[in-house]
Design a protein around this ligand. Structure first.
Ligand SMILES: Cc1cc2nc3c(=O)[nH]c(=O)nc-3n(C[C@H](O)[C@H](O)[C@H](O)COP(=O)(O)OP(=O)(O)OC[C@H]3O[C@@H](n4cnc5c(N)ncnc54)[C@H](O)[C@@H]3O)c2cc1C
Length: 413
């Protein structure tokens, strides 16, 4: 049995551990905290290949300039963080054109094309979690905005998913009676799903524990010892871990770890917030994307979550009240009354952001036994299972069945 040490137990590390263990191989999963905390637990839970498109695109530079330093805007850059963010921002701007946008859309679609099947297989395998197959709504500001979004999102047909359905304001109100009357309408994406992310990480952790995966929790990796082209062991707070292969899946912290291998990878933290209302006063039938403000609403069993926005301020868990209030007021604009519940939990999480919005998947050049699976940005839950499957193929030396060049760790060199 080949032993794989996975550094990072977010949804990506957990999914990779699942697929590696499924091959009857040995796994040790190391996390500096409790596995599945952070963004993997507090995200919006969307499994939406149609909305997997990249953040950089044509017109993005102009739009983001209006937002950049405004504390309640969809994209905020903390002024004091600009000096260390500058190299990442410059790379990001290079991807803000039509050609690179289309390439990233294609890559995102291809990695997501078997997603629903993989989620079904996970259920069949006994992993228990909350999953809904109700589709998803994307709100537009007006008819021409909806038409524009329709043209963009209909590309998903290429991977066998249906085109979005145009929904009038009156039809929207029937689908979601708590929306304001007289809205422009929406696009309905009938096949998209959503899960309660906490239940999915808990379900995976349970499966891994029952199936003999060793979990080292509250144990940070502080050093990586390598001898020429091989990593031999990693140092944790509580001692050394040896393995045959190593997988870096440390989300927004991945760049820091890479430096220990003298490898530079442009992954920065894109902080997002979510607010979860327990026993909410309103029930919704579908997740809803408020596209203009980049905020979202997700109904779960017995709870409602709103969230979104992107804050580039480095790795920190500071909760900025301006940004939380910005999310609340963005959602409130569309609803007939204010949301409240028996409890309100506000959390933040660091999306691991690459400049092109695509994850980094594959073997690290110059090393025979080191792999990376990080940088999934706003699509980590969506791409978790396909990432786990692809990495188990790559680590075993099998063909993963798709072109992994767009995800190469070398592409930023
Ligand atoms: C508000 C919000 C909404 C989102 N909504 C969605 C959505 O609807 N759908 C979707 O697909 N995605 C969504 N995302 C994105 C998704 O949550 C992330 O892409 C995903 O959680 C990233 O997972 P990860 O495992 O790469 O990173 P993480 O979850 O951050 O896990 C990395 C792990 O590595 C550990 N670690 C770091 N350094 C070390 C070290 N030195 N030693 C040991 N362990 C270490 C950390 O403790 C952490 O547990 C959202 C994100 C946010 C913030």
């Amino acid at each position: 049995m080949a032993k794989l040490a996975i550094i990072g137990g977010g949804i990506i590390g957990l999914a990779c551990a699942y697929y590696w263990r499924k091959q009857n191989q040995e796994v040790v999963l190391i996390d500096k905290g409790n596995p599945g905390e952070g963004p993997s637990r507090c995200n919006m839970g969307w499994v939406s290949p149609t909305l997997s498109g990249p953040l950089p695109g044509p017109g993005m530079i102009g739009t983001s300039m209006k937002w950049l330093f405004k504390k309640d805007s969809p994209l905020y850059v903390k002024p004091s963080a600009v000096p260390f963010l500058a190299p990442w921002l410059i790379q990001f701007m290079r991807y803000c054109n039509e050609q690179k946008y289309q390439l990233a859309c294609d890559a995102g679609f291809h990695i997501s094309k078997d997603t629903f099947q993989l989620f079904d297989e996970l259920v069949d395998d006994g992993v228990e979690f909350e999953m809904h197959r109700k589709g998803l709504l994307v709100l537009g500001s007006n008819e021409s905005d909806l038409q524009h979004k329709y043209e963009d999102l209909k590309q998903v047909e290429r991977i066998g998913l249906p085109r979005p359905e145009l929904v009038t304001g009156a039809e929207l109100l029937k689908m979601e009676p708590h929306m304001k009357a007289n809205l422009a309408g929406a696009l309905f994406l009938p096949k998209e799903r959503h899960v309660r992310p906490e239940s999915m990480v808990n379900g995976l952790i349970d499966w891994l524990q029952v199936n003999g995966v060793e979990m080292k929790t509250n144990d940070a990796v502080t050093d990586i010892v390598h001898n020429h082209a091989r990593v031999e062991r990693v140092r944790c707070n509580t001692g050394w871990v040896e393995a045959d292969m190593f997988l870096l899946a440390a989300g927004a912290w991945s760049s820091q770890l890479m430096k220990k291998l003298n490898y530079s990878l442009p992954i920065t933290a894109g902080k997002g917030y979510s607010i979860t209302y327990q026993s909410p006063n309103m029930e919704f039938n579908h997740p809803i994307y408020f596209a203009k403000d980049k905020t979202a609403l997700t109904p779960f069993d017995g709870a409602l979550r709103i969230g979104g926005t992107m804050e580039l301020s480095g790795i920190n868990d500071e909760l900025m009240s301006d940004r939380v209030n910005g999310i609340k007021s963005s959602v409130a604009k569309f609803l007939s009354k204010e949301i409240h519940g028996s409890g309100e939990v506000i959390l933040s999480g660091m999306r691991p952001m690459t400049p092109d919005s695509l994850p980094v998947l594959g073997g690290l050049p110059n090393f025979k036994n080191v792999f990376v699976a990080a940088g999934h940005g706003g699509n980590g839950l969506l791409m978790s299972l396909s990432t786990g499957r692809i990495l188990s193929d790559l680590i075993s030396g099998r063909d993963p069945g798709l072109d992994v060049t767009p995800f190469s760790p070398q592409r930023f060199k």
